[in-house]
Design a protein around this ligand. Structure first.
Ligand SMILES: [Zn+2]
Length: 107
């Protein structure tokens, strides 16, 4: 689901929310009560450091902790479903490289 960033134009408080686009609502500022607006500024910077889960780079649950997996992706973390857990965009890029995958977003 997409993450939306909001900013209070009155006192500069920021907030974020993860929701479906059709459910998107502007929250009220927790500090001064003003209805917040889109914060396009931090939208550009912030997502790079947001943790992400990649099922595309996931493995079968039986492969988690296998020696071969550790060889291909040293130190990689997986959830019980076998989805790869990534700290941020730079780890995602590194893991793609380890698999010799090309991240189309980087073109
Ligand atoms: Zn405010």
């Amino acid at each position: 689901m997409p993450i939306y960033y909001f900013q209070c134009l009155t006192c500069d408080e920021t907030d974020e929310d993860t929701c479906m686009f059709k459910n998107k609502q502007y929250p009220t500022c927790s500090r001064c009560g003003t209805v917040m607006s889109d914060d396009f500024k931090s939208k550009v910077d912030a997502p790079a450091d947001v943790p992400r889960v990649s099922s595309a780079m996931g493995v079968h649950p039986s492969q988690i902790d296998s020696a071969e997996l550790e060889k291909v992706h040293p130190g990689a973390k997986f959830n019980p479903n076998g989805d790869m857990l990534l700290k941020n965009r730079s780890e995602q890029k590194q893991r793609l490289k380890e698999r010799n995958w090309v991240n189309r977003d980087s073109y």
